[in-house]
Design a protein around this ligand. Structure first.
Ligand code: MN3
Length: 271
């Protein structure tokens, strides 16, 4: 039983009055919910149904995933302070605010983050914007951490089927790099740039604003088709690069975790 299934099954049973005869704790936290995009680190991370304490009445549906490397591990390309603030403050705030918005909505708390993002148009008006913003940001950041790795385990070019698909779609890796960089650098305001497998089964690049992603923009069938993302909100680079987004992009290519992106590509074929 995978973590996500366990999480939802537990919540369903909890909603029905109890889990396996246990007294139902009213304050719960669950493992990482980015199931569709699980990394090796996610899978080895502690399982769902991680009971914390039983104070209050807040259902903690989503938790901040740990980084799969140290805060200083991406140096010199991304500095430690940026990573600490970005993960512990920014991403953490999205998770906290998402849980806050879902208080009293057990039906929504049982959803995966992917299901939740797709449910946004049908959500009650009083929580719609908060859930849209924070669920999107939680998802996007989780994927961003996942597809980076420390120097020595990252950078260069992909190999195998992903390399072949990049070559046939974009006319080579250098051309692809140019297209994605341009998309990221020219994204107006805060946003993200993506590599994904579109509904036609072909690789494509796009940028999205704020918390949007190809899934919420209707460009992919499932979150698993989103292969790679780079955060171009200023908080991702401002401390080290100030206004020089192109310099951040140049640096970022050195820490792309191509083996992980290739794995996502292979999995996307059957997702
Ligand atoms: Mn960010």
């Amino acid at each position: 039983m995978d973590n996500e299934y366990a999480r939802r099954e537990f919540l369903r049973q909890a909603a029905a009055g109890g889990v396996g005869g246990l007294v139902l704790p009213t304050w719960l936290a669950f493992g990482n919910v980015c199931r569709a995009n699980q990394t090796g680190a996610d899978q080895s991370r502690s399982n769902a149904l991680d009971k914390h304490n039983q104070k209050g009445n807040t259902l903690m549906a989503y938790t901040l995933p740990n980084l799969p490397y140290g805060f200083d591990a991406l140096q010199p390309y991304i500095d430690e302070q940026t990573m600490r603030i970005h993960h512990d403050k920014h991403h953490n705030a999205y998770v906290t605010n998402l849980n806050k918005a879902l208080e009293g909505h057990l039906d929504l708390a049982t959803k995966s983050v992917e299901e939740l993002m797709l449910a946004v148009p049908k959500l009650p008006e009083d929580i719609k914007i908060a859930v849209r913003n924070n669920a999107g940001q939680h998802y996007n950041h989780s994927l961003y951490w996942e597809i980076m790795a420390p120097p020595g385990k990252s950078g260069g070019e992909p190999t195998g089927k992903l390399a072949d698909a990049i070559s046939s779609t974009f006319g080579g890796f250098a051309k692809f790099k140019e297209v994605l960089t341009k998309s990221a650098v020219t994204c107006f305001g805060s946003g993200w740039a993506w590599l994904y497998v579109g509904k036609d089964g072909k690789l494509a690049v796009c940028s999205t604003s704020n918390q949007e992603n190809p899934l919420t923009a209707g460009k992919v069938d499932s979150a698993a088709k989103q292969l790679l993302v780079v955060d171009v909100w200023e908080h991702a680079y401002y401390l080290k690069y100030q206004n020089r987004r192109p310099d951040y992009l140049d640096a970022w290519w050195n820490i792309v975790n191509w083996p992980r992106v290739a794995e996502r590509f292979n999995q996307a074929a059957t997702a």
